[in-house]
Design a protein around this ligand. Structure first.
Ligand code: G16
Length: 544
């Protein structure tokens, strides 16, 4: 086998963020940029010789090209076999599923998630370990360290195999198996949910559905599962063909970017249930007719009802949520008498809890929900979970949500994003808040009095690793909260995220618009952090 060692020099900017390395396509197209990062991943692994790797991505521009390079480098770096999704496609949760089912050494996912795609868009790459989940910080730190001292990368001088032909071929002495990207994942979903019950609901004529794949990876999964296995109509799926530029859209399933679906769902004669997933299929947005379910409420509702669904009938071991996610799930955990874990933002922080059997369901405010079935958040899984609950309860989505609030109280919640702001200004805002955070207790703003304020730090209960500087939390004496942090997934400037939350136990006061209910806190956040001064912005770019 003709292995070539190519000399290279480090790039300075290959530190993985919240979820792998995300950059503009043009950055990845620079000579040796992708190769350096892939070699840095391989150099950070122990004992991978002869083992199996999974490779797949969300189908965005550069996915195919990068897949070919990764295969040639995997062969040169001693992997025994690579499982590749047909066409280079695999959703993020499907990669996790394939790693776990086939007990592979790890996997590489090509995706910049919900970030726009195309020649001028973003590309990304991340490494998942043998439990199927994102590499922990120890591994991403080592990848970065390797990227800073890399001098050569290894590649075979052979053509990469045809990615479209299912079956096995050899690349040098490494086996390449092109697999159907959908089948292992579909089998897992069938095991977790009551497909017969969902199918009867969809066939009853009383229930209508709309799923928006946003021209990204979930299209083929939704066709197979929702249409072929569960009997949804072909027209119930929109934007279901993956395109290299995601149709020019921004496949982030939220009220702003999934506007087409939101308009359909908020029409007077809208479908009973609507959902969307993102670029790589790990996020979800849940809607009912004229009803938006916040991701935080969705996690709480799934947790409260999980015992009704086949895969979770035995009950939940615990619930985990990221720190900025609302505390709605905490109330469910309390009533169920199970543990609630509060982790930093990033799915990787759930991995140890899931592996140790301490948490069964996990969720994040950033439209991510999942469970111990894989080690990634999972968009279609959340959709199927909701469909299963709807088939049991036979109630509109809005009634399930308000019923939950009546029983547990409502956590009014909203996130305000200031995208693409000047990085220096945003950094300064955070530094000033950080310095102040010890001295805010007792400070009053109208009816609100600050009870505590800190920079969130997390000690992993399994391996005792410590993650610091994870966001400034300001808590008020009435239980309200605001959190400030900078996104770790953007590719331009900085994105300031402000998370706002207020608890309302009185059912008579639970039907206000979230922005109205949070208006005092929104104003206080602007004042405490001098947002306008530091960002130069009058208003957030995205409100969810
Ligand atoms: C990634 C991570 C999530 C995180 C989200 C937002 O999601 O996997 O855990 O919550 O980014 O992170 P940030 O607030 O730092 O931008 P995805 O769907 O982009 O992979």
């Amino acid at each position: 086998m003709n292995i070539v060692e190519t000399a290279t020099r480090p790039w300075p900017d290959q530190r993985p963020g919240t979820s792998g390395l995300r950059k503009k396509v043009q950055v990845f197209q620079q000579p040796n940029y992708l190769e350096n990062f892939v070699q840095s991943i391989f150099d950070s692994l122990d004992d991978h010789q002869g083992k199996t790797l999974v490779v797949g991505g969300d189908g965005r521009f550069y996915n195919r090209h990068a897949t070919g390079i990764i295969l040639r480098m995997a062969a040169a770096n001693g992997f025994g076999k690579v499982l590749v999704g047909q066409g280079g496609l695999l959703s993020t949760p499907a990669v996790s599923c394939v790693i776990r089912k086939h007990k592979t050494f790890g996997g590489i996912i090509l995706s910049a998630s919900h970030n726009p795609a195309g020649e001028d868009g973003d590309f990304g790459i991340k490494y998942n370990v043998g439990n199927g989940g994102p590499a922990p910080e120890s591994v991403t730190d080592s990848i970065y360290a390797n990227s800073r001292r890399i001098e050569r990368y290894r590649i075979v001088e052979l053509d990469a195999p045809d990615l479209d032909r299912i079956g096995e071929t050899m690349l040098g002495s490494m086996q390449v198996e092109i697999i159907d990207p959908v089948s292992d994942y579909t089998e897992l979903m069938q095991h977790l949910f009551d497909f017969d019950r969902i199918r009867s609901m969809l066939n009853s004529g009383l229930f209508t559905l709309r799923f928006d794949a946003m021209h990204a990876i979930t299209g083929p999964y939704a066709r197979e599962i929702l249409e072929h296995r569960l009997g949804a109509g072909a027209d119930d799926l929109i934007n279901a063909t993956p395109l290299e530029d995601f149709g020019g859209g921004h496949p982030d399933p939220n009220l702003v970017y999934a506007k087409q679906l939101v308009d359909i769902m908020f029409a007077a004669d809208g479908p009973s249930f609507g959902a969307a997933s993102d670029g790589d299929g790990d996020r979800n947005m849940i809607l009912g007719r004229r009803c938006f379910v916040t991701p935080s409420d969705s996690l709480a509702i799934l947790a409260a009802n999980a015992h009704l669904v086949p895969g979770y009938r035995q009950g939940l071991a615990g619930i985990a949520r990221s720190m900025p996610t609302s505390q709605a799930a905490d109330r469910v955990a309390e009533r169920l008498g199970i543990e609630l874990y509060e982790t930093p933002t990033g799915w990787k922080f759930f991995g140890n809890l899931l592996d140790a059997g301490k948490a069964t369901l996990c969720g994040e405010e950033s439209f991510g929900t999942g469970s111990d079935h894989v080690r990634e958040k999972d968009g279609l899984w959340a959709v199927l979970f909701w469909l299963n609950l709807l088939a049991i309860h036979k109630e509109p989505v809005a009634d399930i949500v308000t019923g939950h609030w009546r029983s547990y109280g409502r956590n009014y919640y909203s996130r305000h994003d200031y995208e693409g702001v000047n990085a220096d200004g945003a950094g300064e805002l955070m530094e000033i808040l950080r310095k102040q955070s010890g001295n805010l207790k007792g400070k009053r703003f109208g009816d609100y009095e600050i009870d505590f304020s800190d920079d969130f730090a997390y000690t992993d209960p399994i391996d005792d690793s410590v993650s610091e500087r994870q966001g400034i939390r300001i808590g008020f004496t009435d239980g309200s909260r605001m959190v400030f942090r900078l996104s770790g997934t953007g590719t331009e400037g900085a994105t300031l995220r402000v998370y706002l939350e207020r608890y309302e136990p009185d059912p008579a006061k639970q039907s206000a618009d979230a922005q109205d209910a949070l208006s005092d806190l929104i104003r206080i956040a602007g004042e405490v952090a001098a947002i306008r001064h530091h960002t130069g912005r009058e208003a957030p770019t995205v409100i969810t």
